[in-house]
Design a binder for this molecule. Structure first.
Ligand code: UT7
Length: 334
């Protein structure tokens, strides 16, 4: 067993100022507030303005998490940014590092769609537990409004933009806030949810053609992804509970990727977790991909629901297909 654990000690978030209601979307596509609310639980979503792209949003969230933890940017060893919609395909985390002035930190992106934040948190945990690093910021940030097809009612109503961050630090192993984790991928089902490179080629020299950079809009087989989520999320949480010897009634909170209220309810029912212990804010923000879990956590910490010492079962799931779970103990300030 490692000498160190990972303590979750601060959080922060930032959302764009522009909120778009279901009613507004019905002016563009054939949809309505009632369908979106009853099928998904979503009432509104935020959309990034040109003046505030992802880097700015992620930097704001990171600054808020640093302040909450009582850290300076120079204290950071690592900035890990989970995103599938970067400002720069070479990496958006270094832009955030530059904006923060976190000179000592190595900064890089991690892409695992809606599982990204959880995968990044678990990854950061390995550096802290091994003793290689002391302090890290894990950011979940996505601007999927860039990539949705605004004429496809089956997807454009679901997604929103946001950024959120959690500050984590090495602590004695007995105080580890990462009690257990599991991560899975199934690339054979990759086609269910894609944001794929487009297949256009152009001639660059005589006899030489190259692919032109650019992506197709986000495409999803909603029913398949729904079935996958309600099967795999309970399975991974069950695995986690069994491996850690923790029972569902010991959990203070269920904190799932915010994709659909019906998925949250189905998973809670499966473990007989009362709905008041299920964290949900998708009515305000929709599915913000890698940002949903830290955005929800930050809201619940700041409004006093999640308290120091609380035990949280979390699960992320989505494109890849990928999914995972973690049992977490919050130890930050209110
Ligand atoms: O973050 C990554 C993980 N993502 C997820 O977990 C998403 C999982 N999937 C879902 O949450 C749900 O499948 C959706 C919310 C995407 C769709 O809900 P559904 O209950 O599975 O609806 P459906 O796809 O079966 O469509 C039912 C009907 C269809 O019409 P017909 O064929 O029955 O006439 C759709 O064309 O609803 C129609 N429909 C809409 N109607 C009004 C689809 N989208 C809309 C819409 N407004 N926006």
């Amino acid at each position: 067993m490692s000498r160190y654990g990972m303590a979750l000690v601060g959080s922060g978030s930032a959302v764009p100022i522009t909120s778009v209601s279901n009613q507004q979307l019905s002016e563009r596509v054939d949809t309505n507030d009632e369908w979106i609310r009853t099928r998904t639980g979503i009432g509104a979503r935020r959309i990034c303005n040109p003046e505030e792209p992802l880097t700015a949003l992620a930097t704001k969230a990171a600054e808020a998490a640093l302040e909450h933890a009582g850290w300076k940017a120079e204290d950071l060893d690592l900035i890990l940014m989970a995103t599938s919609s970067p400002d720069d395909l070479f990496g958006t985390a270094p832009r955030v590092q530059g904006a923060l002035g976190a000179r000592q930190a190595v900064a890089f992106d991690l892409t695992a769609a809606c599982s990204g934040f959880l995968f990044a948190l678990i990854t950061a945990g390995q550096y802290l537990r091994s003793g290689a690093m002391r302090r890290a910021l894990v950011i979940g940030a996505d601007q999927l409004s860039r990539w949705v097809d605004w004429d496809d009612r089956t997807t454009c109503v679901l997604f929103g933009d946001a950024a959120a961050a959690v500050a984590v630090e090495a602590c004695p192993a007995e105080e580890d806030g990462l009690l257990g984790f599991r991560m899975h991928s199934d690339g054979s089902r990759n086609g269910c949810l894609t944001l794929a490179q487009s297949e256009t080629h152009h001639s660059v020299l005589s006899g030489v053609s190259a692919q032109r950079g650019g992506f197709e809009p986000l495409r999803m087989n909603g029913q398949e992804v729904y079935k996958f989520a309600v099967r795999e999320v309970p399975a991974v949480l069950k695995e986690l509970l069994e491996s850690t010897g923790i029972s569902a009634d010991q959990l203070d909170w269920l904190l799932l990727h915010q994709a659909n209220q019906r998925i949250l309810d189905a998973v809670a029912d499966r473990f007989q977790i009362p709905h008041e212990r299920v964290l949900s804010n998708l009515s305000n923000y929709g599915n913000t991909s890698a940002a949903t879990i830290p955005l929800m956590l930050d809201e619940a910490v700041k409004d006093g629901r999640v308290k120091s010492g609380d035990l949280i079962a979390s699960s992320g799931f989505g494109a890849g297909l990928s999914w995972g779970g973690a049992l977490l103990r919050w130890s930050g300030p209110a």
